[in-house]
Design a protein around this ligand. Sequence first.
Ligand code: SAM
Length: 279
Amino acid sequence: MRYQETLYPEWGQNFTQERVLFETHTGHQDLVIFENARFGRVMALDGVIQTTERDEFVYHEMMVHVPMLSHPNPTRVLIIGGGDGGILREVLKHPSVETVTQVEIDQSVVDLCVQYFPNHSQGAFDDPRLSLVITDGAEFIENNQTAYDVIITDSTDPIGPGEVLFASPYYSGCARSLTDQGILVTQNGVPFMQGDEVTATYRRWAGVFATRRFYLTPVPTYAGGSMAMGFASKAKLDLPSISSLESRANSLTNLRYYTPEAHLGAFGLPKFIQALMSD
Ligand code: SAM
């Protein structure tokens, strides 16, 4: 058996399925978890690869430690999506974190990932600092009255339930929900294949955020090139110095991807991606 990703009609990656562990429609999305000889356990939602045991650390470390170490003292963090628990695991590594609110639309994803991907969350869902809210992230943000230091949008692609997390009302709500120095980071697609998502986000952030950046991370199973991660703030933020990153990164345990050099290098964008950042 083989699993064919269906994100792009003309092209896509496929996996041998040594074993299908679980398959269902959760009420929000089609979910399948299977075992692959090369990547270990793999989860897909609505035909799109979400995470694998083998390469999850690349994405989760760069989605979390870049904003967290760019903020002087992140104590209150909001995660939108992230049902597999990898983002939460990495956020809780930061000694400054006092509370994490995670807003996930699909309880099934949390339950199944705790069961089938225990190394993603590693018990993070039991951490007393966590408040887990099962609802639509866009609705949560619309009604939110709390200010967060870091907001991480670990969403599916802008199809199905994830679509609202790429829209202007969501971004304006995130701006309202950030402290003055607060930072928003977003899963923003693979520019070589989904360049329109970079352009759309960049334009929707105009007038909302003074800092509108993207950084790149090569996640092997987000096929088609490096993934773009959106990085925004109401404040005009410069990149941190390598020395400030080195001193703070030392307090983070069990890193396998993040380094201060990788952090700063990730913001070096090739010309075709700079060209996508047009108003
Ligand atoms: N790392 C993956 C990627 O880059 O595509 C994302 C993985 S994580 C499993 C994506 C999560 O977003 C899923 O758990 C899904 O249920 C959640 N999600 C999708 N739309 C959402 C919404 N509107 N509000 C909250 N969570 C949402």
